[in-house]
Design a protein around this ligand. Structure first.
Ligand SMILES: [Zn+2]
Length: 105
């Protein structure tokens, strides 16, 4: 699968942000049937009070990381959302959540 290593990095990043918050940990432990998948966890969290408690910066990062993972899943990752041209792999490796090529950024 293309972008497998970037996908792993994004998943790790997402789990790190989520784990940073004690309140989140407690919530995760007590939630029954909470998904194993970090991307799904983040999606579930967005409907909880915990989400409101997160700092804006973290919310942004979670949303951007999830969007990147969704694009990988959909096969749309690596294409500029503005001009449709491929985004350089070096740019993706440096900025895995970017949606635009250098020219459009
Ligand atoms: Zn572009």
């Amino acid at each position: 699968m293309p972008y497998e290593s970037i996908k792993l990095r994004l998943e790790q990043h997402l789990s790190q942000i989520l784990k940073q918050h004690d309140v989140l940990e407690a919530n995760l432990r007590h939630a029954e049937g909470f998904p194993d998948d970090w991307e799904e966890r983040a999606a579930v969290l967005q409907n909880t009070e915990v989400w409101e408690a997160l700092e804006a910066k973290d919310k942004e990062e979670i949303t951007a990381t999830q969007a990147a993972l969704a694009r990988i899943k959909a096969g749309a990752y690596g294409s500029c959302t503005k001009c449709g041209e491929p985004i350089a792999i070096r740019r993706l490796e440096a900025l895995p959540t970017t949606q635009t090529c250098v020219g459009c950024a």
